[in-house]
Design a protein. Structure first.
Length: 179
């Protein structure tokens, strides 16, 4: 499992040199002629650009924090505090990243296609998993403190967190491939 995570991280870091490149109008699915016709649309485009730039930057920070959290998860019983701090940091970065995507204005002329559509579809997997994983982690930790064995969905915390991680990383990677 750690090899798969390492491969994802390596690929992500190798292609992330383009992560801080300026987005162009075509990256945001706007056409130059559409923006020149309507000053209101131009203002929306500027707002969209700014929010999606922040979404992109926070997404990279989230990917690094999430990778750390997943790696620390293997030894969480030995070092609960490090895994817990990494998990809280990941959660804060993740929901901040999501906020910038959700609050970016999307004019009617913008349609999700190709990589953007896949990126959005993958969010339907990782968003609910990222809401569920910390709750299960907390419950699992509470059971450990009482020396009780976790069962059912609580016992699936690691698997659910890993699925969230993989779908999040896949969503990030889709934005580097234009199809």
């Amino acid at each position: 499992m750690n090899k798969l995570i390492s491969i994802f991280l390596l690929i992500f870091l190798l292609i992330s040199s383009n992560a801080f490149a300026e987005l162009s109008l075509s990256d945001l699915e706007f056409k130059q002629e559409d923006i020149k016709l309507d000053p209101g649309l131009s203002k929306l485009m500027d707002q969209r650009h700014d929010k999606l730039q922040l979404h992109q930057k926070f997404g990279i920070a989230t990917a690094l924090a999430m990778t750390t959290t997943v790696f620390l998860g293997d030894g969480a019983k030995k070092n609960v505090t490090a895994h817990e701090i990494a998990g809280i940091t990941t959660g804060l970065l993740y929901w901040t990243t999501a906020y910038f995507a959700w609050s970016a204005p999307k004019p009617d002329i913008v349609k999700d296609t190709g990589s953007t559509q896949i990126h959005r579809l993958l969010s339907y997997i990782h968003v609910p998993l990222m809401a569920l994983a910390p709750v299960l982690g907390y419950l699992h930790h509470q059971n450990d403190k009482k020396a009780e064995r976790s069962s059912g969905l609580v016992n699936a915390h690691g698997g659910i967190a890993t699925a969230a991680y993989l779908s999040f990383m896949a969503a990030g990677l889709t934005m580097y491939f234009d199809f």
